[in-house]
Design a protein around this ligand. Structure first.
Ligand SMILES: [Zn+2]
Length: 90
């Protein structure tokens, strides 16, 4: 399945930390166009639509401790962290 390119990538926020793995858990907001064709990879919901008609979903990622590493984001987008968790750890 093709993952469409987000039209707007919003802010990245730290939403948690796995201190055992020394990894920060990240979430960034991605906005897709008003066609609502992009849906949560797990539950299929199209995500919340903002005032401009953009479809808002989340992309989750991780950033290991260490100055040289870049955050790594999931290939898929989800409507919530719960959907992401079930998708990767069924
Ligand atoms: Zn979902």
């Amino acid at each position: 399945m093709m993952i469409p390119t987000p039209i707007i990538v919003g802010k990245t926020a730290q939403i948690g930390r796995d201190s055992f793995a020394r990894v920060d858990l990240l979430r960034r907001t991605v906005h897709y166009g008003p066609d609502r064709n992009t849906t949560c990879a797990w539950c299929g919901q199209p995500g919340k639509v903002n005032v401009n008609g953009f479809n808002r979903l989340f992309q989750y990622g991780a950033h290991s401790d260490g100055l040289l590493t870049q955050p790594h984001f999931d290939e898929h987008v989800f409507c919530s962290v719960q959907c992401r968790r079930v998708y990767y750890c069924p």
